[in-house]
Design a protein around this ligand. Structure first.
Ligand code: SAM
Length: 346
């Protein structure tokens, strides 16, 4: 069989590991930079950003995504960061990814700033969906949590995403004790009223400041207790490899008229490593087989040394085969990875 762009169609050999998991969901970080300074993510002054020459070019990103789709069986691609909307080439990267066969599902995780302008072009380029991060409904609280006065931009971004058809629009929320843990119910009400799908994420030990504390994190159980007034019902749809456990919210429908849902990602207290189907690529071309991996595999060097696709694919496969059984946060020997969340790609 021939593929007009690349010649003979490559055989797909999946990204399998020793525990029988197969990675089909690729998270691509497009930059480590961000235009917010969320207190739980990075310090006020920001971080030592990746030097530009170390960052993959748009063409390099597109080549690696193509290899993942054509040779490694990747079926879903999520662009993240840092803040992916500040990457100039984002729309072109999405368009090139949409042109791959088989065409992968595509989403972007963003803080929503700039989405008002970019939602239409991203949709036209072929993007399917967005996840927008929003931790509070209160503009003053947003300002102190993110150290930027951009709450209204995020709300406009959400609206634009829904209007452009980047649906279901999902909202990611991290609750923190004494900061915004009183907002679980108001945030869900807001999401239901607007037809957005809300997912709470347990805070993980991935902050640049290393201030995460298990004893103060808001747990999945606490989040569900705060949502008691909604009388949530266990979801009828199986979770599969999705990180979020979902619940139905009786009496509400989503923007498509389906029963409304809310998700909780209990990464710490309800780990789902046994079902993980993720492989990660950092903005400087390193493969990570887990958010919490302490080792990476350098695909950028292979790319820049002129390695053929088949060699890059094999190196990616080897990197994934060594994936550990679990993230090990509960292990007394647990070590937080050197890269913070913003440089890995959340
Ligand atoms: N800038 C984009 C955004 O805001 O969505 C993408 C990157 S951001 C790192 C992705 C998600 O990770 C956000 O929803 C953010 O709230 C979440 N996040 C950041 N640090 C986290 C942590 N330590 N634990 C859990 N989630 C975290």
């Amino acid at each position: 069989m021939e593929n007009s762009r690349t010649g003979p169609v490559a055989a797909v050999i999946a990204l399998a590991d020793r525990f029988g998991r197969v990675a089909t969901d690729l998270r691509v970080s497009l930059t480590d930079r961000c235009n917010l300074r969320c207190t739980y993510c990075m310090p006020a002054e920001g971080l030592a950003w990746m030097p530009q020459p170390e960052q993959l070019t748009d063409d390099e990103v597109i080549r690696l995504v193509r290899i993942a789709v054509e040779r490694l069986g990747v079926t879903g691609v999520r662009f993240t960061g840092g803040e992916p909307l500040i990457r100039r080439g984002l729309v072109g990267i999405v368009a090139a990814t949409a042109g791959l066969r088989p065409r992968p599902r595509m989403s972007v995780t963003t803080n929503g700033i700039g989405l008002e302008r970019l939602a239409g072009p991203l949709r036209e380029a072929g993007l399917d969906r967005v996840n927008v991060s929003l931790d509070t409904l209160d503009p003053a609280r947003f300002r102190s949590l993110t150290r930027r006065d951009r709450h209204a931009d995020v709300l406009r971004g959400l609206r634009a995403a829904a209007e452009a058809g980047l649906t279901p629009v999902k909202i990611n929320t991290v609750l923190m004790r004494g900061v915004n843990d009183d907002e679980a119910a108001p945030l869900l009400r807001f999401a239901l009223e607007h037809g957005y799908q809300l997912r709470f994420i347990e805070q993980m030990p991935l902050d640049a400041q290393h201030q995460w504390d298990r004893h103060t994190m808001v747990t999945a159980d606490e989040i569900l207790a705060a949502l008691k007034p909604f009388d949530l019902c266990p979801d009828v749809v199986s979770r599969g490899t999705a990180p979020a456990e979902t619940w139905l919210v009786p009496g509400f429908v989503d923007a498509a008229g389906a029963p409304a849902r809310v998700g909780v990602i209990g990464s710490v207290t309800r780990p789902f490593c046994g079902d993980c189907d993720r492989t990660r690529l950092t903005a400087d071309g390193q493969v990570r087989n887990c958010l919490f991996a302490t080792e990476e595999s350098d695909l950028r060097k292979l790319l820049r040394d002129g390695a053929p696709d088949v060699e890059i694919a094999e190196s990616w496969r080897v990197a994934m085969s060594g994936k550990r059984a679990g993230h090990g946060i509960d292990d007394p020997a647990f070590l937080q990875p050197a890269r913070p969340m913003s440089a890995i790609g959340g």
